[in-house]
Write a protein that binds this ligand. Structure first.
Ligand SMILES: Cc1ncc(COP(=O)(O)O)c(CNc2cccc(C(=O)O)c2)c1O
Length: 458
């Protein structure tokens, strides 16, 4: 099978054998999956020769853009030299050592220790076992509860799904696992009612203190949160929310896990979202932009305080590919490119300010209620009534899906989460490419708006 097989044949074989993530395969099988054949910079090519602007950087991950040759070179060289070895048998190797050192240098605060994983989900599984082991080692084994938020996303493993607050995911597989508690999310647009954003954010943060007292402070191990909820729809917490969350964590001496799988490695205009929002994690989850998606890799960046306690015991946890040499070598090269090409500065000084200006202009569209952006992750809320910040009468996602389909038809990848549209382009995007993205997004909104009116959805 090659890229040159007719699309319909590729689609038929895909439908016969390939089960897609988060997909109704029955429906997709009828429709046929879009066959992506190559990519360069911020553009994908499909099997019909269409050029598509990837407004999602794959899945929030291709930070340096597609088609970087030096990464391919590094991967090939490492594969020839040491394609695999483990770090279980009191052994290590240079890629794992060098990447750990690099991450310790780049990470804020005293996140000086790295536990490797395959991606974000299993890094969060590590975090569940790590914080529970931490407290057991400190003589408080009953401190095993982790508090998260509804509509958070922390992955698709049993642990990651349980930490996440997506009720639809919990329903498939009898989740969450015991010991995970939830508070409401800081989504002012949808849930703030008549409160100001700041009042609402404070109220939502103070739910953490209430939950701690409900569970019993001596039972709570940690709190986990994304600096900005990504898969939840790029929900930006109101000012003051995170300061209050951190005050409460310190008051009750519970560990703070900050999940930077999306916000890490330049997405918010700094190396980490924790720097943008002034967070001080005890553990930070990373993946995606760590390798720009060129190979799977994730990790838990761990503070001196936590690592010190863990160092006193055998932490019986780890994965075959923890610290995979090719993945580590590629991640190192990815970070070198980010530094040497000044990609963080490009986001902070050029791309993010420009995208923000253009993205906020979309708020003049009759169907757009709010536009939010931090760095190069942005969202907009679709609404039939801007003043009321009203949801559509149709099932959540109906209108979002219409706009997403029009976006795809106009060769722009733009995600919908419910009736919010989301973008997260490669960090290397230029101002001209932003103009193209905005033009195609506006066209998708205009065409979507016509369909929504025809269907009587507003
Ligand atoms: C904050 C966060 N934490 C953990 C994970 C899980 O990482 P892995 O997928 O590498 O196990 C994620 C992943 N985020 C993610 C993954 C797939 C799709 C989408 C989407 O928004 O459509 C988002 C994430 O966004």
């Amino acid at each position: 099978i090659t890229n040159h097989l007719p699309t319909a044949e590729l689609q038929a074989i895909d439908a016969a054998h390939h089960m897609h993530p988060f997909t109704n395969d029955g429906e997709l099988g009828q429709k046929g999956a879009r066959v992506i054949t190559s990519a360069k910079g911020v553009f994908l090519k499909d099997s019909e020769g269409e050029e598509i602007l990837d407004g999602m950087a794959g899945l929030w991950c291709v930070n340096i853009g597609y088609g970087n040759d030096s990464i391919a070179e590094v991967a090939a060289r490492q594969m020839r030299e040491l394609p695999y070895y483990n770090t279980f048998f009191q052994t290590t190797h240079v890629p794992a050592i060098a990447l750990a050192q690099k991450l310790a240098q780049l990470a804020p605060g005293d996140l000086n220790h790295v536990f490797y994983a395959n991606g974000g989900s299993d890094a969060n599984d590590t975090n569940i076992r790590m914080v529970r082991t931490y407290w057991a080692e400190k003589g408080q084994p009953e401190r095993d509860v982790i508090i998260s938020r509804w509509n958070a996303y922390h992955g698709s493993t049993i642990g990651g799904t349980s930490l996440g607050g997506m009720k639809g995911m919990h329903g498939q597989g009898s989740l969450p696992i015991p010991g995970i508690e939830f508070i409401e999310q800081p989504n002012w647009y949808a849930e703030g009612g008549d409160m100001t954003p700041e009042e609402f954010g404070l109220a939502r943060a103070q739910e953490l203190e209430a939950k701690i007292n409900e569970v019993g402070a001596d039972k709570v191990a940690a709190f986990i949160g994304e600096p900005i909820q990504g898969a939840g729809g790029v929900i930006v917490a109101p000012d003051g929310y995170w300061a209050e969350i951190q005050r409460i964590c310190q008051k009750y001496d519970i560990l703070l896990i900050v999940d930077e799988v999306i916000t890490g490695f330049g997405r918010t205009g700094n190396w980490f979202g924790s720097q943008t929002l002034d967070l001080k994690p005890d553990i930070m989850t990373v993946a995606k932009g760590l390798s720009s998606g060129y190979v799977p890799i994730g990790a838990s960046l761990v503070s001196d305080k936590v690592a010190e306690v863990l160092a006193g015991t055998e932490f019986n946890h780890g994965y075959t590919y923890s610290g995979h040499p090719v993945a580590c070598a590629v991640a190192l090269e990815n970070l070198r490119i980010m530094e040497e090409e000044g990609i963080i500065e490009h986001v902070r000084d050029v791309a993010a300010p420009y995208l923000a200006e253009k993205w906020h202009e979309l708020a003049d569209h009759p169907m757009v209620g709010e536009t939010k952006i931090v760095g190069l992750m942005a969202s907009l809320a679709l609404t039939p009534d801007k003043d009321a910040r009203a949801p559509f009468a149709s099932d959540a996602g109906t209108v979002g899906l219409i706009v997403r389909e029009r976006s795809f038809a106009n060769n722009l990848i733009m995600r919908h989460v419910g009736d919010r549209m989301v973008i997260s382009p490669p960090l290397v995007i230029t101002k001209d490419e932003i103009d193209l993205l905005i033009a195609r997004a506006r066209k998708a909104l205009d065409e979507g708006y016509e369909i929504v009116k025809e269907k009587g959805l507003m």
